[in-house]
Design a protein around this ligand. Structure first.
Ligand code: URA
Ligand code: CA
Length: 435
């Protein structure tokens, strides 16, 4: 097979065969194809798009480019939840112990944060002693013993995706729905869960900025899952504003523990966690319908069993379980400042990606891979869309190691929150389910 012929075919909008997709992915992973040929193919895919069976072929080829985890030693139906990325998306920290407490085994591989979106692995590492670098054997053992484990994604999971993603990033080919779908699903398939629940975010802090694109991406991923024999569902949820109030690693751990303690029951974060959790319970066959599942989850938050599962999980992975009672054990910021509204009115909109960027500038996130972050840094929002505010009212509190860029971040944050005279009707938090 010659790569130039494959590029030529795709450039002209023809369909590539399973063997051709396998060849491209295998050869590129093995460094046998130059980046310029792969870049040309990616651009052809961007313009010509690819059909459903091609996307499934590409996804499977990427999943098989590295290690495929085998979770068959763990009894029960293993579920995985994946968010397409957002700001203050603390759901995994809450959902994992919540559904584990209901008897659903959670074997989850997670990533680190990049750009304006946070990563579960960084958040967990703000707990003193917590180890995310488990071996595969430790990972499986921990799930068998405790019903829950979360480990960092290793380099041998879908290595083709890592290489292609880096190339897409510098060739303006990130924003292709089949490429995003195959990227996400290849990692989920390699990570071994039986059932996959996707939380596709839409809005000012998400990859997908409009609902039509979010639905297309969700349908594509659900279809790929079905074609490769993994039951997959997707919930489309709003990222028009930060989901929780905390943006930053230890700050999000605190907010998650507060929810697990039975708090914040009226919040958007709580609502999304219960929605996703109820789908996970029905997908794992431990509840017959979403209403019963939701009740069961609400009970385990109220009666402390979800919190006890979180504590057990933290201890099992080497962390200090006392954090559930004592937040002073978490990394502490040395400087803080309140950002106040400079005009009165109603919060009209929040540029959510900019809020994520503010947290990054305070030290909570990375601008490039491998960068050190400050686990105590970040911000706490004090307002949501539709809130009425007066001049001088706090909109957020910033936390960092020092006050060096508080002035810059404060002005950026004020720019990200638009205040106007009109009352605002907020859109739905959960748009719907694709299954
Ligand atoms: N997340 C991924 O893992 N891959 C993409 O292409 C986009 C978002
Ligand atoms: Ca994530």
């Amino acid at each position: 097979m010659r790569m130039v012929d494959i590029i030529h075919k795709k450039r002209n909008g023809q369909t590539l065969s399973t063997a051709e997709w396998d060849y491209v992915i295998q050869a590129y992973t093995a460094d046998q194809l130059p980046d310029y040929q792969m870049a040309a193919l990616l651009m052809a895919i961007y313009f010509q798009e690819i059909n459903g069976s091609e996307t499934a072929d590409l996804t499977l080829a990427m999943a098989k480019s590295g290690r495929m985890l085998d979770l068959s030693q763990i009894e029960g139906i293993k579920v995985d939840k994946h968010s397409t990325g957002g700001v203050a998306d603390t759901t995994t920290l809450i959902l994992a112990p919540l559904v584990a407490a209901a008897g659903v085994p959670v074997a989850k591989m997670s990533g680190r944060g990049l750009g304006f979106t946070g990563g579960t692995i960084d958040k967990l590492e703000s707990i003193p002693g917590f180890r995310t670098g488990l071996t595969e054997a430790e990972f499986i053992h921990t799930v068998k013993a405790h019903g829950i484990a979360v480990m960092g994604q290793t380099a041998d999971i879908a290595p083709a995706d890592g290489k292609i993603y880096a190339l897409r990033d510098v060739t303006a080919t990130i924003e292709s729905i089949p490429l995003i779908a195959s990227s996400i699903m290849s990692k989920k398939i390699a990570a071994g869960a039986d059932r996959i629940l996707l939380d596709v975010k839409v809005g000012s802090g998400a990859f997908m900025q409009n609902l039509d694109d979010a639905i297309r991406l969700a349908k594509e991923m659900v279809r790929i899952g079905r074609l490769v024999g993994r039951q997959t569902k997707a919930v489309i949820t709003s990222m028009d504003q930060p989901l929780g109030m905390a943006v930053g690693n230890s700050l999000e751990v605190i907010e998650a523990i507060e929810v697990l303690r039975g708090g914040h029951t009226g919040s958007a974060l709580y609502h999304v966690c219960l929605t996703l959790g109820s789908h996970l319970l029905t997908m794992a066959n431990v509840a017959t319908d979403e209403v019963t599942a939701r009740q069961r989850l609400a009970e385990s938050l109220a009666d402390g069993s979800a919190l006890r599962k979180f504590e057990e999980f933290v201890i099992a992975q080497g962390g200090n379980g006392e954090v559930v009672r004592d937040f002073s054990l978490l990394p502490q910021p040395r400087a803080r400042v309140t950002v106040q509204a400079t005009k009165a009115g109603v919060i009209q909109a929040i540029s959510t990606a900019d809020i994520g960027l503010c947290a990054t500038l305070l030290g909570a996130g990375r601008e490039h891979k491998g960068q050190q972050i400050d686990l105590a840094a970040g911000l706490m929002m004090a307002c949501r869309i539709g809130d009425k505010v007066e001049v001088g009212q706090p909109l957020a509190e910033l936390f960092a190691a020092n006050s060096d860029n508080f002035a810059e971040v404060s002005s950026r944050l004020l720019g990200a929150i638009s205040i106007g005279p009109k009352p605002v009707q907020t859109g739905p938090l959960v748009y719907g389910l694709v299954d």
